[in-house]
Design a protein around this ligand. Structure first.
Ligand code: ATP
Length: 345
């Protein structure tokens, strides 16, 4: 539905050139929620703004349902943009207009009939749960309520895609969860495709189907969320994934407690994860001790990541590792302790 092909964006500033995007390619599929994560300055905002040409790429192609957006006339581009809604971290509401007017005014400017405006505003205020706030002004609303108004305003144009530019970054964790729930509902009930950018891995975890990790203007890794969380390859991706599991690794190699046995990090999908360590304990003469880790609920399923110290007979431990691998568990040596963890082939 949206395809970026080798998109680059260079800003020319007084201090010199800034390559904000370097040959970025990605495809957004109909009906999915796609997340782009990266640290500050990675190029996320530039990327999302290039999708609807709020920022014109320096080179490359932006395809919208097969049409090159950069080849369109201003009128054609305006029409295409109506199908691409956007919400922002700072909400961008009109301070002197009521909630109702904030949604109605852009519809009026787009030429929607009076009757339709009323119907749509009422419908989408209901969808975002703000019916009773229709006559309030933005200054009377909480951050979460302001973002709901912005979402209703975007939905009122009945877009095919919703672009979310750090939509939850200004909100507290509880309000963030409520807005993420709302985005999920919009995706499921109205079939609206969502592309969001964020620097928070929990946003990716909770609602995304696929994710791309950005660094220095490039996508360094991308794929289905469950796969990326189970087997992150790039160092930046690993750090983002670790940030969610709060995995604490034993200090290596000075800690003598782990000189015997096997110290490993396990990535386990559920339902396998529910029983796999109990099975290991029963089948083999080994004792697994979980040192740290946690369980994450992703849109696609549940994933556990544990740092486990296995003690017991060395041959039995080897068998247990093979058993775990056969159950689909990914086993990684713990940082700096690969010498203790003989390679498992
Ligand atoms: N209009 C601009 N003029 C000059 N440089 C810019 C402009 N917009 C962005 N940049 C630069 O491009 C790079 C990428 O910025 P961008 O805002 O896209 O990153 P980001 O990942 O969204 O970061 P943040 O999360 O902090 O917003 C940065 O080095 C930034 O300073």
């Amino acid at each position: 539905m949206i395809r970026l092909i080798n998109v680059s964006k260079t800003f020319v500033t007084k201090k010199g050139k800034v390559e904000a995007l370097k040959n970025v390619s990605l495809e957004l599929k109909k009906g999915e929620i796609f997340g782009v994560i990266g640290h500050s300055g990675a190029g996320k905002s530039t990327l999302i703004r290039c999708i609807n040409l709020l920022e014109r790429p320096t080179s490359g192609t932006v395809l919208w349902n097969g049409v090159d957006l950069m080849s369109l006339s201003p009128k054609q581009l305006r029409d295409a943009r109506r199908k691409i809604g956007m919400i922002f971290q700072g909400f961008h509401l009109l301070k002197t207009a009521t909630v109702y007017e904030n949604i109605a005014i852009p519809l009026k400017l787009s030429g929607v009939s009076k009757k339709n405006i009323k119907e749509r505003v009422e419908k989408y205020l209901d969808v975002v749960g703000l019916k009773d706030k229709r006559d309030d002004y933005p200054s009377q609303l909480s951050g979460g309520q302001k973002q709901r108004v912005a979402i209703a305003r975007a939905l009122a144009h009945e877009p095919e895609v919703l672009l979310c530019d750090e939509a939850t970054s200004a909100l507290d964790p509880e309000t963030t969860d409520a807005i993420l729930e709302l985005l999920l509902k919009i995706n499921e009930e109205f079939g609206i495709t969502i592309l969001l950018i964020t620097h928070e891995m929990n946003v990716i975890q909770k609602i995304c189907d696929r994710v791309a990790v950005m660094e220095k203007g490039q996508i360094v890794e991308s794929g289905p969320v469950l796969k990326i969380f189970t087997s992150p390859v790039h160092e930046t991706t690993r750090k983002f994934v670790n940030s969610l599991f709060h995995v604490q690794l034993p200090q290596a190699p000075s800690d003598r407690r782990y000189e015997t046995g096997r110290l490993v990090s396990l990535f386990v999908r559920f339902p396998v994860g529910e029983t796999v360590l109990t099975q290991v304990g029963k089948r083999f003469n080994v004792f697994p001790h979980i040192l740290s880790g946690g369980i994450l609920h992703l849109r696609e399923g549940t994933l556990g990541r544990w740092v486990v110290h296995f003690t017991g007979d060395e041959k039995e431990i080897e068998q247990a590792m093979l058993f775990l691998q056969n159950q689909g568990v990914r086993i990684e040596g713990v940082n700096g302790r690969e010498d203790f963890n003989r390679r498992i082939s």
